[in-house]
Design a protein around this ligand. Structure first.
Ligand code: GAP
Length: 452
């Protein structure tokens, strides 16, 4: 079970950043309908982003890839979809009401607000350059609070969840009683979380509304250390398998002063973003903190009775907690490349086929009958298996470039010869090689090349 030592840790000294990549990726996102600024027609809104037609599919694929690896391919993990709104008792018990804070300072000169722990120079405002103009730091709670129903005030207070994790803890008993699982087992969830970040930024890296993919893995207490190592290796490998190069990925153990209030050990999977290393996922050994807290506050026993040994215990929890939107940005950044082909620069998103928004694009050489009818037939047979794009506008070279830019691994071109011989051309995104394939063998051919 233990895979200790499998995943590299530390600085990854050979890795290099390319600061210009940030603007290139952001521009591509806008140009190709991957990510838009939220409420752009009203001047934009830095807290959140909207995922366009290509981005929505990419985000869905990131989440599906996670679900496939964490739930579908395992028999020791079950899924959950808990509510986003929750009463204060949950956050009182979890410790978020008292501990989920960032230190906030105001610059008295330019009136901007900053996270004290993120200042490069603690005495100088990064906005206006003034020195010694910061107020004393105060703890700023990151949770969004609102009220349920028509009457505001005590009793109506609710919170937008700042993490999906608590849904798993408050449902521990429900899941245990209904799923026939016993420790070691996990509950997985993918969904939106909300944090009133003081400094959202770096595009979708840090936003106030984002999506998480979290697993709470409940284990017998004495097995916690080896499961922690197991999940470190598993989660590191997941990013590698989906195309993040090892040079841009590392595991970093938290120092004691970085640990969250619940954690006895945390390591982050970090990606080398254009501005430097940034967290993609935290893997924490949460001990029995959460179940004990909720048991105490709710009055319900949250423990497991092992009939075989006659032992009753509160399971310990190993938590791999990833960001879906943040991972999407890492996958986009890692996949982006530009190369010169016949004096022309082509931009390619070399996304793993599992993540690619469209697996196949069907491109008829002409937008007239009877070619379009044959293309429609080809499209219909492919759509039964994969998300496919269809494009009959512009010259074929430009259509290939567009598909390269949105990461489509395979293009199927229907030409005039296809009408006679019922063969089509399959063009590869990465090698640009073209093969003629009979239409009646096309789905099998594409399936084996995509190898999903
Ligand atoms: N339940 C533990 C937990 O939530 P976290 O490290 O605070 O741990 C997990 O969050 C992951 O969620 C992070 O590694 C990151 O990928 C993502 N995440 C957290 N805050 C975010 C934000 N403001 N914007 C985008 N992603 C965020």
């Amino acid at each position: 079970m233990s895979a200790e030592g499998d995943a590299p840790t530390g600085e990854n000294p050979g890795a290099q950043t390319d600061p210009s990549l940030f603007d290139k990726v952001v521009n591509l996102c806008k140009r190709r309908g991957i990510v838009f600024g939220s409420a752009e027609i009203y001047g934009g809104f830095r807290s959140a982003y909207d995922y366009g037609p290509i981005g929505a599919q990419l985000l869905r694929n990131v989440k599906d890839a996670w679900w496939r690896s964490m739930v579908q391919l395992r028999s020791d993990v079950v899924g959950l979809d808990a509510s986003i709104l929750s009463p204060p008792q949950v956050w009182e018990a979890s410790g978020h009401l008292s501990n989920f804070t960032d230190p906030l300072v105001d610059c008295t000169s330019c009136k901007t607000r900053h996270r004290e722990d993120q200042l490069e120079n603690p005495d100088q405002c990064p906005k206006c350059g003034s020195r010694d103009t910061f107020t004393e730091a105060r703890a700023f709670n990151l949770m969004f609070r609102t009220h349920a129903g028509p009457v505001e005030g005590a009793g109506a207070e609710v919170y937008l969840r700042p993490e999906t994790a608590q849904g798993m803890f408050v449902n521990f008993k429900n899941v245990l009683e209904t799923s026939r699982k016993r420790p070691p087992f996990g509950i997985a969830q993918v969904g939106k979380s909300f944090r009133n970040e003081i400094t959202p930024g770096n595009f979708v890296f840090r936003t106030r509304e984002f999506e998480q993919m979290e697993l709470e893995f409940f284990v017998p207490p004495d097995e916690a250390p080896q499961w922690y190592e197991y999940w470190l290796a598993e989660r590191y490998q997941w990013y590698l398998d989906l195309g993040i190069p090892a040079s841009h990925l590392r595991l970093r153990a938290h120092d004691d002063d970085e640990l969250s209030h619940y954690s006895s050990g945390t390591s982050d999977v970090e990606f080398l973003f254009p501005w430097g290393w940034g967290e993609l996922e935290g893997i924490a050994n949460r001990g029995d903190y959460d179940l004990r807290q909720h048991a105490e506050h709710s009055g319900h026993k949250l423990e497991y009775f092992d009939q075989a040994s006659g032992q009753r215990y509160v399971p310990h929890v190993i938590e791999p907690a990833a960001g879906a939107t943040r991972s999407l940005m890492a996958f986009l950044t890692a996949a982006y490349r530009q190369e010169t082909v016949n004096d022309d620069v082509r931009t390619v998103l070399g996304l793993h086929p599992q993540l690619a928004p469209f697996k196949v694009a069907v491109l008829p050489l002409s937008r007239k009958e009877p070619l379009t009818a044959l293309a429609a037939e080809v499209l219909a047979s492919c759509q039964l298996h994969w998300m496919c794009d269809y494009d009959e506008t512009q010259a074929i070279g430009r259509r290939y470039r567009r598909q390269d830019e949105i990461g489509t691994p395979l293009c199927v071109t229907v030409d005039f010869e296809s009408l006679d011989d019922r063969y089509v051309t399959v063009r590869d995104r990465d090698t640009m090689a073209q093969d003629r394939v009979p239409i009646n063998a096309l789905v099998d051919h594409l399936g084996s090349r995509l190898n999903l």
